[in-house]
Design a binder for this molecule. Structure first.
Ligand code: SF4
Length: 562
């Protein structure tokens, strides 16, 4: 493993990057710690029978033969209305006995995807009548059936405006009432019913979903005056869930997932997260961090749970406290403000961002107008511009270059935000060189190795995919650039924070999904996305590795172990 060191005040050694066009495309090896499966490993159902699909009318692909079991006729009526006549909705019968008999018939059936939809009892006070519970698993206490596509269906239902929770559903032999009911079942379960576990088990290896619309809760028990209103609300929600169930079934099927390698965390992000973790260990919570430590909702939420407090500005940090500067860097004005306030600071700025700051100071000191190619409003750009505000100008496009008025056209230099799309940034740099032939470029590329490598890898998988998904948050510049890179390769591509953001309509008729993750997206999210896709049918996972990375940045002295 290569240690890559950088001095906070000096330009770091520039890490190696893959040479475009010469990187070998190879299959990677083995699973990673995030639960991403082995290369070539098959996950999910053994087979999905195709047939008269549920979604032919929408033109999104036929999908497998879809059966929905609803225990009582009002539930079946509501779901059937919602599904607009697509799929086969059965009244499967009320109670465990009828569910077991129906399950026996289902086992002999050739359906391709199964859903169980009905009303159910809520087990927590957080649920209200009409809320939907999408089961992540359903159990009768003896047999448990996993429903791995639950995040996909739940996301679709939420986008339809429904209140949805995901969690375990328990099927019991007989219903207890009110709080007594919650005490008799697994404490982690969200809803209880009399049928789902037996019906869902009949799906075997085929895709299965369980949706229960809450009719009663511990606060509003079944035998209360509010029960009728609760039941009606639940039926309305079941009807509203119909179109999402149809899309879920249309998305079911066998597919390949092509993983882009490298993907996910870079050395700068790992270092920044480790700094906050070490401070939490060494000093205990709260640990104040100015801005998001890295641009990812999962990382921020996880650190918040552990005691990190993210603030927008330093005036939200109490006097005398310690504050961490995020991976995107800060301007000298912010550092001076922290000094004035007497705050202890720990700098998690990525050394490759620090390198750009050093270049900005050097060019400005030599009397150059420094054009920073980047995106307005991004924290990294604000920090870099702050190094020499009087000598710097932001250029986002080639058109912006025409508006530059340098005091001396022979003294123009340019720098780049580290997370730009390589080809787009080069277009702007080309416009600068054309207008100012003597323009000085940075000593080494500013767009960092991680950004370049991930763009190259996503381009490789896009060439073989029908659809590309990129895990990352909306404010993550490098993740957004990965989506644009795949789109420029001619493939539909979408940014998703996690599986719940995948619109089921994207998947209908798609056989190969390319999957990457931005430099701030945790590897575990990639594993969650694959697991959810495997809930729609068998998934074969392969990896295209365009280069490997072994870069590490050393930690700042404040958090280094003695
Ligand atoms: S994306 Fe590049 S510049 Fe940003 S933290 Fe990672 S290595 Fe550093």
């Amino acid at each position: 493993m290569t240690a890559h060191k950088a001095d906070a005040d000096g330009a770091p050694e520039v890490p190696p990057r893959a040479e475009p066009g010469v990187a070998a495309v190879a299959f990677g090896e083995g699973p990673d710690a995030a639960g991403v499966p082995h290369d070539g490993e098959r996950l999910g159902a053994a087979g999905v029978a195709s047939g008269a699909g549920p979604d032919a009318a929408t033109g999104t692909g036929p999908g497998p033969r879809f059966v929905v079991c609803a225990p009582l006729w009002p539930e079946a009526w509501a779901v059937r209305r919602g599904m607009g006549g697509r799929g086969e909705v059965r009244v499967s019968g009320y109670g465990p006995g009828r569910a077991r008999r129906q399950a026996g018939r289902l086992r002999q059936d050739t359906f391709g995807a199964l859903a169980v939809a009905g009303t159910g009892g809520g087990l927590t006070d957080e649920l209200r009548p009409g809320d939907l519970v999408v089961a992540t698993e359903v159990t009768d206490g003896t047999t448990t059936t996993a429903c791995p596509s639950a995040p996909l269906l739940a996301g679709e239902l939420r986008r339809a405006g429904l209140a949805v929770r995901t969690g375990p559903v328990v099927s019991v032999e007989r219903l207890a009432g009110g709080r007594e009911r919650a005490r008799t079942v697994d404490p982690g379960a969200l809803a209880v019913d009399l049928e789902s576990a037996w019906l869902a088990a009949a799906a075997g290896e085929r895709p299965v979903a369980v949706v229960r619309a809450i009719s009663d809760t511990p606060q509003r028990p079944l035998l209360s005056p509010a029960a009728l209103a609760g039941g009606l609300r639940a039926l309305r929600s079941l009807r509203a869930a119909g179109p999402s169930l149809t899309r879920w079934a249309a998305a079911a099927g066998q597919r390949r997932v092509l993983l882009a390698g490298p993907r996910s965390f870079c050395a700068g992000v790992e270092r920044a997260i480790e700094i906050v973790e070490k401070l939490l260990q060494q000093q205990g919570p709260p640990v104040y961090v100015r801005k998001q430590i890295v641009h990812n909702t999962h990382v921020v939420a996880d650190l918040e749970r552990r005691g990190a407090v993210f603030v927008d500005e330093l005036d939200q940090v109490p006097d005398g406290a310690c504050v961490v500067f995020s991976a995107h860097g800060v301007s000298p004005a912010v550092r001076a403000d922290a000094d004035r306030r007497g705050l202890a600071t720990v700098d998690a700025t990525c050394p490759l961002v620090s390198k750009v700051h050093v270049e900005a100071r050097r060019f400005a000191a030599e009397g150059y107008l420094v054009a920073l190619i980047g995106h307005a409003g991004h924290e990294e750009v604000e920090g870099t511009l702050g190094e020499a505000p009087e000598a710097m100008a932001l250029v986002e496009t080639a058109e912006d270059v025409t508006r530059l008025r340098p005091p001396d056209p022979a003294k123009v230099a340019y720098l780049m935000q580290t997370t730009l799309a390589v080809d787009e940034a080069e277009e702007v740099a080309g416009a600068l060189r054309e207008r100012f032939p003597a323009a000085r470029a940075p000593g080494s590329d500013d767009i960092c190795y991680a950004t370049t490598n991930r763009q190259q890898a996503v381009r490789a998988v896009a060439a073989e995919s029908d659809l590309v998904l990129v895990a990352g948050s909306a404010n993550s510049s490098n993740s957004v650039r990965l989506v644009e890179t795949a789109q420029r390769a001619g493939v539909p591509a979408y940014l998703i924070d996690g599986p719940a953001d995948i619109e089921l309509g994207w998947l209908a008729g798609i056989s190969t999904v390319g999957l990457s993750a931005g430099a701030s997206a945790p590897p575990a999210v990639v594993g969650e996305i694959i697991a959810a896709l495997a809930g729609l049918g068998p998934v074969e996972v392969s990896e295209r590795v365009t280069t490997t990375e072994s870069i590490r940045f050393s930690l700042p002295k404040e958090v280094r172990s003695p």
